[in-house]
Design a binder for this molecule. Structure first.
Ligand code: AMP
Length: 182
């Protein structure tokens, strides 16, 4: 977990490779659906481009599908999900149905100033519609209002491991490794 631009995608990919398990990023999955023009993509497109969160039902539907895949049998790294308390409750239920649980929750902690600089850089490089300044403001607001409270939810259920997320990619990867006691 962490605000947009905190490095969840980058570090999640490194961790997935190191652990030999898949990374499941709802944002990547939704962007792919938008590009392919699927029913899911059509439902999500406008909401995503404006920087709002897509509905919990939609997200929990894709989480359910993802967890049912054989590739997920040895574990999954979630990136960008969970983002609301109903999602936290829903994911816990979906995992329990499969006799699984969330082993660890990592929080990528980074200042607003650093985030704004990173997202501006990404906008230039990746042309993501939701990295434009108006959508970024909406995404940060969604993060503060809907996602930040989820940290307390997990804190009350076993803890959140904080990863200071400024610095070099290697340094942050090392902090992730330590946070997971690996
Ligand atoms: P991300 O790449 O994780 O920043 O996600 C890009 C966009 O996809 C977000 O701004 C949301 O519109 C949507 N999205 C991704 N994951 C979720 C989620 N778990 N809940 C709601 N919306 C999401």
């Amino acid at each position: 977990m962490g605000p947009p631009g905190a490095g969840k995608g980058t570090q999640g990919a490194r961790l997935a490779e190191a652990m030999g398990i898949p990374k499941f990023a709802t944002g990547d999955l939704l962007r792919d659906a938008v590009q392919r023009g699927t029913a899911l993509g059509l439902q999500a497109k406008a909401v995503m481009e404006a920087g709002h969160l897509v509905s919990d039902d939609l997200i929990l539907g894709v989480v359910r599908e993802e967890l049912a895949k054989p590739e997920a049998s040895q574990g999954v790294i979630f990136d960008g999900v969970v983002r609301t308390i109903p999602q936290a409750e829903g994911v816990e239920r979906l995992l329990a149905e499969r006799g699984r649980r969330m082993d660890a929750v990592l929080f990528f902690d980074v200042s607003d100033k650093e985030i704004l600089a990173r997202l501006e850089q990404r906008r230039v490089l990746e042309h993501r519609a939701d990295d434009d300044p108006a959508a970024v403001a909406t995404r940060l607001q969604a993060y503060r209002e809907q996602t930040a409270p989820v940290l307390a939810w997990y804190e009350a259920r076993g803890g959140v491991r904080r990863v200071p997320a400024a610095g070099s990619l290697d340094d942050i990867a090392e902090r992730v490794r330590r946070a997971l006691d690996r």
